[in-house]
Ligand binder design. Structure first.
Ligand SMILES: C[S@@+](CC[C@H](N)C(=O)[O-])C[C@H]1O[C@@H](n2cnc3c(N)ncnc32)[C@H](O)[C@@H]1O
Length: 236
């Protein structure tokens, strides 16, 4: 199973249940920072002032789209290639459209900022996706992209006997991919916490990935926390 296999991605996001199970466990880092708020701050920093055109790619349920759209002066378009996520995002009053980032249906230089949250590792031809983002950005425009690091939930995965599976776009390797399309690439790292109320919750989390890890997590009593590692890129 590869995270950028189109059949796997379609199955993963046919509806919102797996994503909802995963999103629910995350808590901010010890210093109180959470990746979504930090990414929103990065989007806000990148706005040119006055009216700004922002594109979110791989918008999922539209939770971040709603926060971006509430920033002053922002005109937001959100795309996802999964029909259910387009429907959920449109249901929040967002201009949401179905599109694959490898073939963005927008003219050159249409946006000031593009936001890509935990989605670039799913794109089969990542360089094509990044070229499309660069094309639709105005000169001087910014891509804000969030992903996970190699050590993300490593302890949980190791306990369940899951193989090490570096992401095609991770905290560690993302800058190298971005460098072919962007000249100024910065990254901030955050350590977050996945909090599981019990063993069943942790096993259910692992089950969502469709990696055959069902029943593989050794039993534990009580609740547990595992460390997550997130990278936020700002590229222009
Ligand atoms: C891990 S989810 C992240 C969703 C959302 N950004 C969030 O942070 O909750 C990945 C999303 O990217 C979408 N996606 C995957 N590949 C895509 C592609 N090539 N073009 C557009 N959307 C894609 C999926 O349908 C899914 O909604």
């Amino acid at each position: 199973m590869r995270v950028d296999d189109p059949d796997h991605v379609r199955e993963q996001y046919a509806d919102e249940t797996r994503l909802a199970t995963r999103t629910a466990v995350w808590q901010p880092s010890a210093d109180g920072r959470d990746p979504v708020s930090e990414a929103l701050a990065a989007v806000e920093r990148a706005l040119p002032g006055g009216t700004a055109d922002v594109l979110e790619v791989g918008c999922g349920t539209g939770a971040m789209a709603e926060r971006i759209a509430a920033l002053p002066g922002v005109r937001l378009v959100a795309v996802d290639f999964t029909p259910r996520f387009v429907e959920l995002t449109a249901g929040r009053g967002i201009d949401a459209r179905q599109a694959d980032i490898q073939y963005l249906p927008f003219g050159d230089g249409s946006f000031d900022v593009v936001y890509a949250g935990w989605m670039l590792y799913h794109v089969p031809d990542l360089d094509r996706g990044l070229a499309e983002i660069r094309r639709v950005l105005r000169p001087g425009g910014t891509l804000v992209a969030v992903t996970n690091g190699d050590e993300h939930l490593a302890d949980l995965r190791e306990a369940a006997g899951a193989p090490r599976a570096p992401l095609p776009f991770s905290s560690e390797n993302g800058a190298a991919s971005l460098a072919s399309r962007f000249t100024d690439v910065r990254r901030q790292d955050l350590e977050t916490r996945a909090v599981f109320a019990d063993h069943a919750g942790a096993q259910a989390y692992l089950d969502t990935f469709g990696e055959g890890l069902e029943g593989r997590l050794p039993h534990f009593d009580g609740s547990r926390e595992y460390a997550g590692h997130v990278g936020i890129f700002e590229a222009r």
